[in-house]
Ligand binder design. Sequence first.
Ligand SMILES: [Zn+2]
Length: 283
Amino acid sequence: MMIALYLSIEDALSRRRWTYADSPADLIVLILMDSSEDIALSHIPDTDGGNDVVKCRCIVIVNKQGGRIMTTLYTREQVCSVCGTEVSAVSISSTNTFGSMDLDTRPAQMKRGTMKYWVYRCPACGYVADNLAKPIPVPEDFLESEQYLSFGDHESLSELGRTFMQQGRIASCAGNNSDAMHAYIHAAWCADDASDEYWSKQARLLALEEMGKQGYLTDESILALKADLLRKTEQFEELITEYKSKTFSDDLISKIITFQLLKATEQDTKTYTVEEVLAESGS
Ligand SMILES: [Zn+2]
């Protein structure tokens, strides 16, 4: 259960410590009121939301035991570097994770619920970036190109999924292969959430392509990520051939790769967490 409290900034500042031990709520959303910003409650992660729009400066989510801050959001204006439009964007100033991440680095909650604040779209020109004030790294007419706009016959991807895909397309076109890889992986997570098998696979294939452009991989954590991308795109033989005789200096990565090889032989494309690898390896 979650409840929301609406407070003036003055009221919030006058309290030195938040204690809600007697509250029936598991989580409490403090909405610090301000006169200048609008935030829809549906933008608060992990709440049922609703369509209420409140004026506020920031939102703090605390648990009732110790008033511990879990995720803090605030709004900021971003002036689009392409067309000059002012975009009001909700951003994260702090968050936490509780639980184990997935093998493709997808974080557990609460951070998992903040993905929609990782990237923004200018409603006027369609530019997509983690900060729209950043100069666009490609010629501006790229935003009108087929390469940027088209999703072919598969229109199913969610708005957030498309936004991450387009962030990847800009980064790829600019030659920022690592940024493109991460953006495509984020798009894949959006597709996973929507049970969209086509884009779950396509976005991961694109991530692998960007990884390949980075040359010979030596970073063990990137190699572990690659193994998960190969397995989830059903490239089981490739995974086994590439990894069966590889050794790793990091003990956890060695266990992850052993696990990936086992799952590849079973042709298993499911999502697993690091915790599940440790449980399987008896750690
Ligand atoms: Zn713009």
